[in-house]
Ligand binder design. Structure first.
Ligand code: SF4
Length: 314
């Protein structure tokens, strides 16, 4: 029996941009799967999806030749089992890809690769060394360059911690300069994290980045947190939260950060609520533009020409 790497799958829940909520199950330690189990798993997930597009999220960990063989098998099985549905794959890697075989595979099969990074070298390597890990910013940037050379679709998973959250404009500028249009922020929060965020800093971070983005990057840079809120304004529903606080939260309809376990407490609520409030006037305008079959990018022109200051009230 060949050992196999297995991670979770999440069907694509909304379609404004190629983002999915990062499923916590995917972050769990890898388990092993043989060919038979893998095939059953793929078949079940494809058959169970009511949508024509089925997205698989994979966690790679340390890339190896065996894992590359595994993913080649995945692609072959998916092609056989698709039954007319469109299959998409996203792979979260640690940052290191050992050889061009991996890059060519990802490019050829049009996988979306997710790269974790904390921003420029000083912040990224600081976060690593704080946790007793070796600095690896140079490795990540090397991988990024190789993947871009092969035109692999990329998404940056950007950890936001107590250090880089104090420089939201600088961090956003750096992210823009990478040329990667898809970004997802991952706030570092929770007990036992000495460099974790508090809610007010998270809210300030989101508001400041949103302010930069809304004036010049709508339709050019796609930030998961912003897309998710715009999706909610346009009527796309998020999964309801399981905590009592979420069930009574007035802005729960905008929130994609709701814990799915009743005993988990979100420590960043105040920050999310600040962001929902701050972004609401802009979101309302984009929602209305979309409803009129116009581009939400028109908001940038309105802001530039001063026809529209931060819109007020409903
Ligand atoms: S802001 Fe907090 S309480 Fe409100 S829905 Fe989101 S996670 Fe739940």
């Amino acid at each position: 029996m060949l050992g196999r790497l297995f991670t979770a799958i999440t069907p694509k829940p909304f379609g404004l941009s190629p983002y999915r909520r990062v499923d916590s199950a995917r972050q769990s330690p890898v388990a092993l799967m043989d060919n038979h189990t893998l095939e059953n798993y793929l078949r079940q997930q494809i058959d169970a999806s009511p949508e024509e597009d089925v997205t698989f999220d994979w966690l790679c960990g340390e890339p190896s030749g065996e894992k590359l063989l595994f993913f080649r098998d995945v692609v072959a099985m998916q092609a056989r089992l698709a039954g007319g549905k469109r299959i998409h794959n996203a792979l979260l890697i640690d940052g290191y890809l050992p050889d061009e075989g991996w890059v060519q595979f990802l490019s050829h099969h049009q996988w979306l690769v997710e790269l974790p990074v904390c921003g420029p070298q000083e912040w990224h390597d600081l976060a690593r060394t704080r946790r007793g890990l070796a600095p690896d910013h140079a490795v990540i940037m090397d991988t990024l360059g190789r993947l871009r050379q092969w035109q692999v679709s990329l998404r940056l998973l950007v950890e936001v911690n107590q250090d880089n959250c104090q420089h939201p404009r600088g961090l956003y500028e750096w992210l823009r300069q990478t040329g990667v249009p898809f970004i997802q922020f991952a706030p570092r929060a929770g007990s036992g994290m000495p460099d974790g965020l508090d809610a007010s800093r998270w809210g300030h971070f989101l508001n400041t980045v949103f302010q930069c983005w809304v004036h010049r990057d709508i339709g050019k840079i796609f930030i998961q947190q912003f897309d998710a809120v715009l999706g909610a304004w346009c009527g796309l529903k998020s999964a309801p939260g399981m905590t009592p606080a979420c069930q009574h939260c007035e802005m729960g309809w905008l929130c994609h950060a709701q814990p799915t376990e009743p005993e988990v407490k979100c420590t960043l609520c105040r920050g999310y609520l600040d962001f929902f409030t701050y972004s609401a006037p802009f979101m309302r305008v984009m929602r209305d533009l979309i409803a009129q079959r116009r581009s939400p990018m028109e908001l940038m022109l309105l802001l530039e020409t001063g026809q529209k200051k931060a819109p007020q009230g409903e």
